[in-house]
Design a protein around this ligand. Structure first.
Ligand code: NMX
Ligand code: MLT
Length: 435
């Protein structure tokens, strides 16, 4: 079928059986010890969630349904004249585990274009936000407000059976993704004074339309960048703050708009998605202080001054990864192809040669290598999108793909309310008193 919903309906019964069989065979097996430090240490390494779209390996990085980023770049359908994968294709892969045909992807582009309009009252909410309200706060407000028309919330109130939850969740998830370009575009134009929002073109792909709404639709390089950007930021297994938040809130049967609005508030934190904004601010401050063609010695000194001030080097380190993020590498390759002589790109490369040794010498960070956020802002800036306060909104458009895919499966598989056990320090002391 060219319809994602129909294909999903075919896949769900077998997956329900697959999960049943997995639980029957492995359900009572121990999954490694839990140590008290994990309770205090942000639950690093604690196996706690099922997430089907992607799995993150500490050394190798992300695989979407078993496929690395280069594999996705090679296998997923592209736009006519384009060489980067279409994010529509990645969404199909995340949801079904299958590489879609060109026809299936075209159908998805059309479907999203048809669903893209946002309610007038959401437009008004955005138009009334002061431009000083951070774009991420505006983004989360608007996404939360879409709950007004949630198919899931309506179906639940009408007494829908548990077995049918996935259908309206699917509809909401598709609406959510489809409406994000109009929300993001409106925020961009309102906050940065870029004039009236053009209309979505139903014959164009999602990234092309988003680029048009931002005012860059005629720029082929930028459109290609968005296709890559939206593909690689979409999913990073389930434990990262935004994905986990979306899943957690969804587990209360809050609809996909409420769940994703919450996820966006997590993405807006500087240790998570806001790091792409922070990287650009940091690079600009560095250039202002030591000039545009600074020596390695001057750059090193600047990096040390950041650490000595008790701040993190944004774009470096990771809670899971222990090597260079393949999303960083994919963006570096894009830059080598499209902007090899760009000054800021060269600075990012210079920093890459210097930061890891410094972080190792400082001796705290478990991973001295760059993550996805070390590179993204430089590419956007090159094409003229230099308003760094907006960068995390683009991350948020993309991350909806991964969160939505899992929300659909969670409802299809009857995932329960999340409710882990917490302890007080006094309780821990009591438990281990005589042990
Ligand atoms: N610069 C300076 N110090 C760092 C860095 C860094 N880039 N990364 C880790 N550390 C410190 C960290 O703050 C901690 O210090 P303390 O003991 O004083 O609390 C220590 O090293 C151990 O931290 P780790 O166990 O290596 O890292 P953790 O898993 O706790 O945190 C990050 C992971 C990503 C939050 C952390 O590496 C960081 O703050 N990086 C900079 C911000 C950033 O780039 N975030 C984006 C992540 C990707 N994303 O998009 O979400
Ligand atoms: C992400 O993409 O969510 C970040 O790399 C953070 C993470 O995986 O923890």
């Amino acid at each position: 079928s060219v319809s994602l919903k129909e294909r999903l309906a075919e896949l769900i019964p077998a997956e329900i059986e697959n999960v049943k069989a997995t639980r029957a065979e492995h359900g009572k097996k121990a999954f490694g010890p839990v140590v008290v430090d994990q309770l205090y240490g942000g639950m690093r390494g604690l196996p706690a969630l099922i997430w089907d779209g992607s799995v993150l390996d500490a050394e190798e990085g992300i695989r979407f349904r078993g496929k690395t980023i280069p594999e996705c770049q090679a296998l997923l359908p592209k736009a006519p004249g384009g060489s980067e994968p279409l994010p529509e294709a990645l969404f199909w892969l995340l949801v079904t585990g299958e590489v879609p045909t060109q026809e299936q992807v075209t159908e998805l582009s059309k479907d999203w274009a048809a669903r893209s309009a946002i309610p007038e009252f959401v437009e008004e909410i955005l138009d009334r936000c002061p431009p000083t309200l951070h774009p991420m706060s505006q983004f989360s407000l608007a996404v939360t407000a879409l709950n007004h028309d949630s198919a899931f919330a309506k179906a639940y109130q009408a007494g829908v059976s548990k077995k049918e939850y996935w259908g309206p969740t699917f509809e909401d998830s598709m609406d959510l993704i489809a409406k994000l370009p109009n929300i993001a575009g409106r925020i961009y134009r309102n906050v940065f004074g870029q004039g009236k929002l053009p209309a979505i073109d139903p014959s164009k792909d999602y990234s092309h339309n988003l680029a048009t709404l931002l005012g860059f639709g005629e720029n082929h390089g930028f459109v290609e960048l968005l296709r890559l950007y939206l593909t690689i930021h979409s999913d990073h297994e389930g434990g990262n703050v935004s994905a986990h938040t979306g899943k957690l809130v969804g587990s209360a049967l809050s609809d996909p708009f409420l769940a994703y609005g919450a996820a966006l508030n997590g993405l807006a934190g500087p240790l998570h998605g806001l790091a792409n904004q922070e990287v650009l601010i940091w690079l600009r401050k560095m250039q202002a202080k030591i000039g545009e063609d600074a020596s390695d010695e001057a750059v090193k000194e600047y990096i040390w001054s950041t650490l000595k001030a008790g701040q993190v080097v944004p774009g470096y380190g990771h809670a899971v990864l222990r090597k260079t993020d393949p999303r960083y590498t994919a963006q570096r390759e894009f830059a080598l192809k499209h902007l090899p002589e760009d000054k800021l790109f060269k600075l990012v490369g210079q920093i890459y040669n210097l930061v890891p040794d410094i972080l190792l010498e400082a001796g705290k960070a478990k991973n001295p290598w760059p993550n996805v956020d070390a590179h993204s802002g430089v590419l956007l800036t090159y094409y003229g999108l230099d308003q760094m306060q907006f960068y995390t909104v683009l991350f948020g458009v993309s991350r909806a793909f991964g969160v939505a895919a899992q929300l659909i499966w969670d409802r299809a598989l009857g995932a329960p309310l999340e409710r882990p056990k917490s302890y007080s320090t006094a309780a821990i002391q009591k438990i281990f008193k005589d042990k």
